[in-house]
Design a protein. Sequence first.
Length: 288
Amino acid sequence: MAGELREMKTERNFERRETEFRMPKIPILYGSPSDLSITSPESLIEQLREAGRLRVEQLPQRCILTFEYTEARDILIQMGYEVEEVNLRSLFFKDAYKFKHSGVPICLFQLGIGAPLAGAEFDSLLALGVDYSILVGGVGVLNLEIPRWAIIVPEKAIRDEGTSYHYEEPSPYTFPSRMLTRLVKETLNERALKFFEGAVWTTDAFYRETFRKREAFIRGGAICIDMEASALFSIARFRRRDLAALFYAGDYVGEERWNLRIERDHEEKRRRTMRLLMEVSLETLSKI
């Protein structure tokens, strides 16, 4: 009998809590980035070390962030760098790479595609000692006047993804490091390389890049589109680290249709462009 009464009381308390609580209309906007988190990259790293599954103490302060499709590791080896694997598979299921440029230690990490995965990986890299990063990769463009393989330096990012809202209060834009972006542009100017500036529209829904959003975000300054930048900018700002981005122009997300803009000798041009952006990134990071 007493057990039945306790059960009935528990059910009534649960029903009362359900009645009192009102689910937020937009759950992702509930709470604040300043709220204490249950999970953290530091906790994950500490527990993996205690279990003997992670033996890396620190990564270099300077880092190039890119993606597997850029073949950045192979390009570094072709450029003559001695590249050392750093086993981070207990964290990411993939390795990082260490090398030196003009005597300066630098690491390379190939992020997963999309803001949630790339964001978690980047946050963990910061916990391992990375302070200064340059994000390098291809982006779609919203203006046909930006030719295939052109260089783009984003000055801000439109937050059309979910990850950044866990790190920064809601707002239309988030921003890269002013200092590091200035150094990227300085290096490009020293090499007399033309580049485009504007906002990058970051989305986490590849097949929902709608005409309506395209038109609106162009009015908001967007010249290109990707799936990671705004999240990574917000994470860097939240952790008080420096991140800039350096892109090459890819497909055209047009006002009438989507055009991949595949060219003759496409892969050769991509590798040549990536090598150039790697050189610019290395020169920039060595200035810090």
